[in-house]
Write a protein that binds this ligand. Sequence first.
Ligand code: SF4
Length: 170
Amino acid sequence: MQWDTEALKELEKAPEFVRDMAKRKVEGEVSKKGKDLVSLKDVQEVFEEYMSYLEPDAKKPSTNIAIIRCERIAEACPGSACLLSLENRTVNFKGYGEDAQLVAIFTCGGCPGRRISRLLNTLTKTVKVDAVHLSSCMVRDEYQPPCPHREEIVTMIREKGLTVVEGTHH
Ligand code: SF4
């Protein structure tokens, strides 16, 4: 089987440990077409098929949720109540459908919410975010006074054009 230059260059983009396997797969597909020369298009077709196999849900519409937690409370809380509440669609996650998924969970970085803006900027560069939930420990006072910086944090997130929901599991 012959490979044209562009096809070989494209093959080299595959990680080294799968390159031989990818080469055999491409050649198999080209043979099935009755050809003996691999073109760039042949390689791209196989790679696209492979990626859709690896990421079957990548093109599905989804409601993407980020959760922000209190850095101080995180010393004592593993965050499982927030995650289970989302998983089970309870309390502040009640309205979400099957398509809701967690795309980020991070702590604020300490008073006054030091890294929230930076992490949201990074996140929204690559991922659509439909709602940012502030964890219940930031907004309720069962275990400690609520976050004293909450209003500024909410305003800052809204100024980024994002929807804020104040609370997670209670
Ligand atoms: S800014 Fe608020 S959420 Fe963050 S550590 Fe301080 S009290 Fe907790």
